[in-house]
Write a protein that binds this ligand. Structure first.
Ligand SMILES: *Cc1c(COP(=O)(O)O)cnc(C)c1O
Ligand SMILES: [Zn+2]
Length: 417
C-alpha cells in the first residue's frame, strides 16, 4: 500500500503524478513527494513502529515506495550514542552521536537514500541505475545495484580517495572518472540522464531518493524516547540531508508521534567549500557557487542543488551555519576517535569541528541536548591522516627491547615478581 499522493513543486505547488520527474515544467522548481498524512496518521503509532524490525523500513509509510523494498533490507537504525567522554572534552552536558559510519552495507548515510532510489527505479521499470557522486554515493549505488542484479554506471571526479574508488570498483560497476570537479560531473550526468533515460538516483529520481534521508531524523526522535534534541549539527554537501532531517522532525510532530518541535538545526561545511554557510552568515538569499578546495571531498559540492532550502531550514529553526578549516577537520577526527572510539571520515570531522566552534561561540548552550550527525566511516578517507600518524615504536622481538622502550617512555609498571 502507498501513502504517496504524487509529486508537488516546492515553489509553485503544482501537483504531478508519481513518475520519474524532478523539475516543475512551469517554474523549474524542484519536485517533492507529497503524502496523504491523514491516512498515515491512521496507520502508524509509537507502539506500531517500536515493534518493527530495526531498520529504516520501520517508517515505511513515510517512504515513497509502493511495494516492498527491492534492496537494502538492513539499512538504518544505526546507534545513537550518549557521548560522555566527548561531552566532557567539549564542556557540555548532554551530547549524542548518531552514527551512520556503521550503516549497512557501505558505511555511510548514503545507503539510506540509495535503498529508496533503487527500489523506486525498479518500480518504474528502469534497467540501468546511475549516479553522480562525491564518493559515498558511488560505493552505495555500486553495492546495492550488485545486490539486486541491476546494471550500474557511476560517475565521479577523478581525484577521489583511493578507498572510495576501490570500494566502488569491487562491486563490478561501470565506474567513469571525469576530469573535473563534482559540479562538472553532475552537469554531464544531467545530459546523460536526458539522452539515455537511465535512473540517475540523485538527478531524475532525486525527489524519491532524497526522502530516504528522513529516516536519519525519525531514528533520532525514536531513539531519544520520542522526543527531539534541542540542537542538531548536520554536514552539508548538496544540502539535501539537512532539509530532510528537518522535514522528518516536522512530519513526526504533525503525526503526533512527538509533542514538541523545538530543535535548532545547524549546517556544517568545510571552509574550502562553504557556499551554504557563507550565505547563512551573510544573510544572503542566493547561494553563490564556489570552486571546492578541501580534504572533505564527500562534501565538496560547489553549486549545491538544495543550498537555498538548507539555508532556509537553518533560518526557520533558529539554527546557524558554520565552517571549519582542513586542520580543524583532522583535529576533530582524532578527538572523536580518542574520546569515543569512533573513526569517522572527513565529513564527520567537519560536523564535530563545527559543533565545537558553535559551542565556543556560545551559539549552542552547554547545558542543552546536542546531536552530532556522523555520516561516514574514517576507513574510507585515510589519506586525510597521511603523515600525521606513524608507528613510532618498532623493536626486535625481544623482551629486553620492550623493557627499554617502556623506560624511554618514562612509564613504570611493576613486574609480577
Ligand atoms: C553526501 C554526504 C553528505 C551530505 O549530503 P547532502 O545531502 O548532499 O547534503 C554528508 N556526509 C557524507 C559522509 C556524505 O557522503
Ligand atoms: Zn513549479
Amino acid at each position: 500500500m502507498s501513502y504517496v499522493k504524487g509529486l508537488k513543486c516546492r515553489e509553485c505547488g503544482k501537483e504531478y503524478p508519481k513518475e520519474p520527474l524532478h523539475v516543475c515544467e512551469y517554474c523549474f522548481g524542484p519536485l517533492e513527494v507529497n503524502y496523504d498524512y491523514e491516512k498515515i496518521k491512521r496507520a502508524v503509532s509509537r507502539d506500531i513502529i517500536s515493534k518493527r524490525q530495526p531498520n529504516m523500513w520501520r517508517y515505511r509509510e513515510l517512504l515513497p515506495i509502493d511495494g516492498e523494498p527491492a534492496v537494502g533490507f538492513d539499512v538504518g537504525y544505526t546507534p545513537l550514542i550518549r557521548a560522555k567522554n566527548l561531552a566532557k572534552a567539549l564542556g557540555v552536558k548532554e551530547l549524542y552521536l548518531k552514527n551512520d559510519a556503521v550503516n549497512y552495507p557501505t558505511l555511510s548515510f548514503k545507503d539510506r537514500v540509495v535503498a529508496v532510489a533503487i527500489s523506486k527505479a525498479l518500480e518504474f521499470d528502469f534497467k540501468v541505475v546511475a549516479c553522480a557522486s562525491t564518493g559515498n554515493l558511488a560505493n552505495s549505488v555500486a553495492a546495492n545495484a550488485a545486490a539486486c542484479g541491476m546494471e550500474s554506471y557511476v560517475f565521479i571526479p577523478y581525484d577521489l580517495e583511493q578507498t572510495k574508488i576501490l570500494g566502488t570498483l569491487v562491486y563490478g560497476t561501470n565506474l567513469v572518472a571525469i576530469k573535473g570537479n563534482y559540479d562538472e560531473v553532475n552537469r554531464l550526468c544531467s545530459e546523460i540522464a536526458g539522452k539515455y533515460g537511465w535512473a540517475f538516483v540523485n538527478i531524475n529520481i532525486r525527489p524519491y531518493y532524497a526522502e530516504g534521508s528522513k529516516a536519519f531524523g525519525y531514528e533520532i526522535a525514536e531513539q531519544m524516547g520520542w522526543k527531539l534534541p534541542k540542537h542538531i549539527v548536520v554536514p552539508m554537501a548538496g544540502g539535501s540531508l539537512i532539509t530532510k532531517i528537518w522535514k522528518a522532525f516536522k512530519e513526526f510532530h504533525k503525526l503526533g508521534l512527538i509533542d514538541n518541535l523545538g530543535t535548532k538545526v545547524y549546517g556544517a561545511q568545510a571552509t574550502g567549500c562553504a557556499p551554504i554557510t557563507t550565505a547563512v552568515k551573510e544573510g544572503a538569499e542566493l547561494i553563490k557557487p564556489v570552486k571546492p578546495n578541501t580534504i572533505a571531498k564527500s562534501l565538496a559540492i560547489g553549486n549545491p542543488a538544495d543550498g537555498f532550502y538548507a539555508a532556509r531550514v537553518m533560518r526557520e529553526s533558529g539554527g546557524w551555519g558554520e565552517d571549519v578549516s582542513d586542520e580543524e577537520i583532522i583535529e576533530s577526527i582524532r578527538l572523536l576517535a580518542e574520546t569515543e572510539g569512533i573513526f569517522t571520515e572527513t565529513a564527520g570531522g567537519v560536523t564535530l569541528g563545527v559543533t565545537r566552534k558553535l559551542i565556543e561561540q556560545g551559539r549552542i548552550p552547554r547545558d542543552e541536548s546536542i546531536v552530532v550527525s556522523i555520516t561516514g566511516n574514517g576507513l574510507k578517507t585515510q589519506e586525510a591522516l597521511a603523515g600525521r600518524l606513524t608507528v613510532s615504536m618498532t623493536i626486535d622481538a625481544k623482551l629486553s627491547d620492550f623493557d627499554e622502550l617502556l623506560k624511554k617512555q618514562n612509564k613504570v609498571y611493576d613486574a609480577k615478581d
